[in-house]
Design a protein around this ligand. Structure first.
Ligand code: C2O
Length: 363
């Protein structure tokens, strides 16, 4: 667990061109020294239903835009500000914290490339969603998700593309994205170097089929048991696991990272924004991408295949993180409390007919 109240340093791990970093490497949260409260499950009457970003109603899109705009309007040092929320990712992922609470002050915390990946991001979005709802006084506010596992949802959602809306800046726009990819829109879930080339330049229909196979690969073929899906064991005293190591979970190593690299601008010194952990949170697309990554955890369990079970090791259950909640309280949350969407009072809207459109897309 991080000791976020006393020790937090500038981000450096994983940032190749530090001196040319476009975003700040100072990622520590504001007002350290507050007491940390225990997490209590929400008592909301309604379940927040996250909606597919390509198919939102005008009301959903308008509310979402208004909430992100409200977040952008807060002063940077407010714990709910757009910048503070972006920095959470940087602090937990680029060596902002050490494992001092666990007695290993010489080791950084890295919540990627291991079995902490799914629960950490679930909690991150849980609070992010509740903060956005609070900002626009909507207790039912729910995030959209970038439904890249279904053909209609594969292009980057339209609402993220225009720079301005009715003459005002679009709060969902981010200047640091790959211009070519945004123009063509359809994502490549297997975006990686093949024969020295990153872009496949294949027709739309073929890219769709390729993406469906990639989802099948990540959820079924490569994710057949707990650790292959979640990622390898990472406990106090371990060195942060490097990307590319064997133990990265199937979705994290696959479609998750591909989308990051595909959206980020490779012409920037560190692939900013989406192409590097320290800057990814500055692109609003990060949160809808991770909303779908979180949904992959749910779908993986809904497949009900043998082996598709959450980790049960105490080291996993007892791992914890600290976040600002919607009331600006610092709250400590545990992996053990992340496994049930019912208890967290949110879920995902699914197609009634075809929940797994990639089910027969065996590569
Ligand atoms: Cu925390 Cu998608 O990375």
């Amino acid at each position: 667990a991080p000791d976020i109240t006393s020790i937090c340093k500038d981000a450096s791990a994983g940032i190749t061109n530090q001196d040319k970093a476009i975003r700040s490497r100072k990622c520590c949260p504001p007002s350290l020294g507050k007491t940390i409260k225990d997490f209590v499950f929400p008592t909301d009457k309604k379940v927040r239903m996250r909606w597919p970003a390509h198919a939102g109603t005008k009301e959903q899109v308008d509310k979402y835009r208004a909430a992100i705009q409200a977040m952008r309007d807060l002063p940077d040092d407010h714990p709910h500000s757009f910048v503070s929320q972006a920095k959470i990712h940087c602090a937990y992922c680029n060596g902002g914290y050490t494992q001092v609470d666990s007695g290993f002050a010489d080791k950084d915390i890295q919540i990627h490339n291991s079995w902490l990946f799914f629960p950490f991001h679930r909690w991150y979005l849980y609070f992010y969603e509740r903060i956005l709802g609070k900002l626009i006084k909507d207790p039912d506010f729910a995030l959209p998700f970038w439904k890249w596992d279904e053909p209609a949802g594969m292009p980057i959602p339209e609402m993220f593309v225009p720079e301005t809306i009715d003459g005002k800046p679009n709060p969902l726009y981010d200047v640091y994205r790959s211009a070519d990819h945004i123009k063509d829109r359809i994502v490549d879930l297997d975006y990686r170097e093949i024969n020295g080339k990153l872009d496949k330049d294949i027709p739309y229909k073929q890219q769709v089929l390729c993406n469906l196979s990639t989802v099948y690969r990540d959820l079924v073929r490569n994710g057949g048991d707990t650790l292959s899906f979640f990622g390898g064991v990472y406990v106090a005293g371990n060195d942060p696991v490097k990307n590319g190591a064997q133990s990265v979970g199937s979705v994290e190593a696959g479609s998750h990272t591909a989308v990051h690299r595909w959206v980020g601008d490779s012409k920037n010194p560190n692939g900013e924004d989406m192409g590097n952990f320290y800057s990814a949170g500055y692109d609003p697309a990060f949160y809808i991408h991770h909303s779908n990554v979180d949904r992959m955890w749910k779908l993986w369990k809904d497949l009900r295949l043998p082996g598709h079970v959450d980790p049960t090791e105490p080291d996993w259950l007892d791992a914890s993180y600290v976040f600002y909640d919607e009331n600006e309280d610092l709250v400590r949350v545990y992996n053990r409390d992340s496994v049930s969407l019912d208890k967290l009072k949110y879920n995902y809207i699914e197609n009634s007919k075809e929940v797994f459109p990639w089910r027969n897309s065996r590569p």
